[in-house]
Design a protein around this ligand. Structure first.
Ligand SMILES: Nc1ncnc2c1ncn2[C@@H]1O[C@H](COP(=O)(O)OP(=O)(O)OP(=O)(O)O)[C@@H](O)[C@H]1O
Ligand SMILES: [Mg+2]
Length: 519
C-alpha cells in the first residue's frame, strides 16, 4: 500500500484562490488554486525510477500495485494529498507574457521522507487548471518519455534537476499539431510525476510585482527562504540579500554544468527557471552532437536563436536580472540585487573555468591557456566534431606521441577531418606539451577526465528511437535507456552503440535534430 507522510506548507502558509476547480481565469492575490487532476481512462505504469521511489520511501510492492498507476495517473488521491496549481507569470522569448501558471501541472502535496527531507510531488499532464488558458492540460507520450528519461539522466550526470518518479500512460488520445502546420494528429497521452524539493520559479515572484502586489511578493520571498533555504541566517533583510546571492550562485553552477555536458535547454523563459537552481521543464531540449555554440533544438526559436547553446550563460543572467527587477520592492536598495548579479558572473566564470580545466584533464586553467582552449572549440566547430566523443576520447591521447587516431570516431565527416588534420595535429602537439608540463601520471588524469566527460548522454536520436518503439507498445528501449543513463561515466560493455555519434538519418529528422514546443 502506498503510504506517504504529507506536510503541505505552500498551501498552509500562503494565500490561495477562493475559487476551486479548473475554470480558466486570472487569479489575483493568491499563490495557488485548488484543483484536482482529471481522471484518465486507463492509467498504466510504463516506467518508474527506482532511485526516486527509494528517496520517497515507496517500496517495489507498492509500485507494482494498481493503486500506484491510479494515483500517479491522476485518478486517485491518498491521504494527505491536497492538489493545487501554482500561479506564476514569466518573460517568454524576451517579453513579458503575463499570467501563465501551472496549466497542466498539478502538485499533489509535499511529502516528507524518513530522513525528514521534503519533496513536492507534481503530475505533469494531469488535466486543465485555472492556468490552462486555451490548452487541454494534457501531455503526449513522446514529450513525457523525453522528460522522464532526461530528468534522471541529468541527475546521474551530476546536474541539478527536478526528478521523475513515474511515467504513466493515460489510455487517452491527445490532439497535437506537432509541426505547427495545420495538420493536428491524435497521439497517446501520458502523465509524468516530477519530484523536487520546490517547484517555485522566477515567474512566481514576477507575477506579484507585475500586479503591484508587494505584500504578497514579500510573503512569498520570506516563505521561500524559510522553507527552501533554511540554512540562511541573519535578520529579515540580511536573509533576503543572502538568499538572492545564493539563487544567483546556484543558477551559475547550473549553467556551468549544462555547458559541461552539452545540454541545451531550448526554452529558458523565466517561468522555466527554478529558484533552487534546478533544471526544470524538459521540453524542446537537446544535446550537442557536433559542437556548435549556435545550435538550438527548438523550432520556435530557430529564427532568433535566443536559446542557442553558447548563449545560455548570458540568458541566465538576463533572467536573473528580470528576477531582480521583480524583487526590487522587497529590497531597500538595488545594491544588494546588483551584488547578487555580480555573484552570478563570478561564480559562473570560476565554475566554468574549473570544469573546462577538468574536461581537458588539468587541475586548473592558467591565463595563457585561454588561447589553445578557444582554439580547440573553434576547431571542433569548423571540423564538425562530436563534443561528447571528443572529450571522452581526449583522455586516450598519448602525451609522448599525440595523434588524431584516438579521436577518429568523433568526426562526422572524413573530408572535414582531413581538411583540418594539420591544424588538429598542431593543436594536439601543444596540448600534449601542456599536459607533460603538468607532470601528472596519465592514469590519474584519465580517471579525472572520465569523471567529468560523460560516455553516455541522452542524444536526441536515442530518445526518439525509444519513443518510436514505445508508440508501438514496446517499452523495452525506455527501460534500457533509463538503466544506461544511471552510469553515464562508466564504460558499459555491449552498449557501445548508445555512445555512437548521431547517425546520418537523424540529422534532419523531427525529434532528433529539431524539436517543436508542441508537447
Ligand atoms: N497542454 C497544455 N495545457 C495547459 N497548459 C499548458 C499546456 N502546455 C503548456 N501549458 C502552459 O503554458 C505555459 C508555458 O508552457 P511551457 O511549455 O513552458 O511549460 P510546460 O511544458 O507545460 O510545463 P513545465 O514548465 O511545468 O514543465 C505554462 O504555463 C504551461 O503550464
Ligand atoms: Mg514551462
Amino acid at each position: 500500500m502506498l503510504a506517504l507522510k504529507f506536510d503541505n506548507r505552500f498551501i498552509a502558509e500562503l494565500p490561495g484562490d477562493p475559487e476551486e476547480g479548473p475554470r480558466r481565469r486570472q487569479v489575483h492575490g493568491a499563490c495557488w488554486s485548488r484543483v484536482l487532476p482529471t481522471p484518465v481512462r486507463q492509467p498504466q505504469l510504463l516506467a518508474h525510477s527506482p532511485e526516486v521511489a527509494a528517496l520517497l520511501g515507496i517500496d517495489e510492492a507498492a509500485i507494482q500495485a494498481a493503486e500506484f498507476a491510479e494515483v500517479f495517473g491522476g485518478n486517485r488521491l491518498i491521504e494527505g494529498m491536497d492538489p493545487y496549481a501554482a500561479c506564476y507569470g514569466g518573460h517568454q522569448f524576451g517579453g513579458w507574457a503575463g499570467q501563465l501558471g501551472d496549466g497542466r501541472a498539478i502538485i499533489l502535496g509535499e511529502t516528507v521522507n524518513a530522513k525528514g527531507e521534503r519533496w513536492e510531488l507534481q503530475l505533469k499532464g494531469a488535466g486543465p487548471t485555472p492556468y490552462a488558458r486555451r490548452a487541454d492540460g494534457r501531455a503526449v507520450l513522446r514529450s513525457s518519455i523525453r522528460e522522464f528519461l532526461c530528468s534522471e539522466a541529468m541527475h546521474h550526470l551530476g546536474v541539478p534537476t527536478t526528478r521523475a518518479l513515474s511515467l504513466v500512460a493515460t489510455g487517452e488520445p491527445v490532439l497535437r499539431d506537432m509541426f505547427y502546420d495545420g495538420n493536428p494528429e491524435y497521439e497517446p497521452g501520458a502523465v509524468v510525476c516530477r519530484v523536487a524539493p520546490s517547484f517555485i520559479r522566477f515567474g512566481n515572484f514576477e507575477i506579484f510585482t507585475s500586479r503591484n502586489d508587494t505584500a504578497l511578493l514579500e510573503k512569498l520571498v520570506d516563505f521561500t527562504i524559510a522553507r527552501d533555504f533554511p540554512e540562511i541566517e541573519g535578520d529579515a533583510q540580511e536573509k533576503r540579500a543572502r538568499w538572492f546571492a545564493e539563487v544567483c550562485e546556484r543558477t551559475a553552477r547550473l549553467i556551468a554544468h549544462w555547458m559541461r555536458v552539452g545540454f541545451v535547454h531550448g526554452v529558458m523563459n523565466t517561468d522555466n527557471m527554478s529558484i533552487l537552481g534546478l533544471t526544470i521543464d524538459y521540453g524542446p531540449y537537446g544535446w550537442i552532437d557536433n559542437y556548435d555554440p549556435d545550435w538550438t533544438p527548438n523550432t520556435t526559436d530557430a529564427e532568433g536563436r535566443r536559446y542557442r547553446f553558447g548563449h545560455q550563460p548570458h540568458i541566465a543572467h538576463w533572467n536573473l536580472s528580470r528576477l531582480a527587477d521583480a524583487l526590487l520592492p522587497a529590497f531597500p536598495t538595488p545594491d544588494t540585487l546588483h551584488h547578487g548579479l555580480d555573484r552570478y558572473i563570478d561564480v559562473f566564470t570560476e565554475t566554468h573555468s574549473a570544469m573546462t580545466a577538468a574536461k581537458f584533464g588539468l587541475h586548473r586553467l592558467k591565463r595563457e591557456d585561454s588561447e589553445w582552449v578557444a582554439e580547440a572549440f573553434e576547431l571542433m566547430q569548423r571540423a564538425e566534431v562530436d563534443m561528447t566523443l571528443f572529450f571522452r576520447k581526449l583522455a586516450e591521447i598519448d602525451t609522448a606521441a599525440p595523434s588524431l587516431a584516438p579521436l577518429a570516431e568523433a568526426f562526422y565527416s572524413e573530408a572535414l577531418r582531413e581538411q583540418h588534420r594539420p591544424a588538429f595535429e598542431a593543436w594536439l602537439q601543444g596540448y600534449a606539451e601542456r599536459l607533460r608540463g603538468d607532470g601528472e601520471p596519465a592514469e590519474a588524469r584519465r580517471a579525472r577526465m572520465n569523471a567529468t566527460n560523460p560516455r553516455y548522454v541522452l542524444r536526441n536520436y536515442l530518445a526518439q528511437e525509444a519513443i518510436d518503439l514505445a508508440t508501438q507498445g514496446d517499452l523495452s528501449r525506455v527501460h534500457e535507456l533509463l538503466d544506461l543513463v544511471r552510469k553515464p561515466y562508466d564504460e558499459q560493455p555491449g552498449r557501445e552503440r548508445f555512445a555512437a555519434r548521431r547517425p546520418d538519418w537523424a540529422r534532419q529528422k523531427a525529434g532528433c535534430s529539431m524539436l517543436s514546443c508542441s508537447s
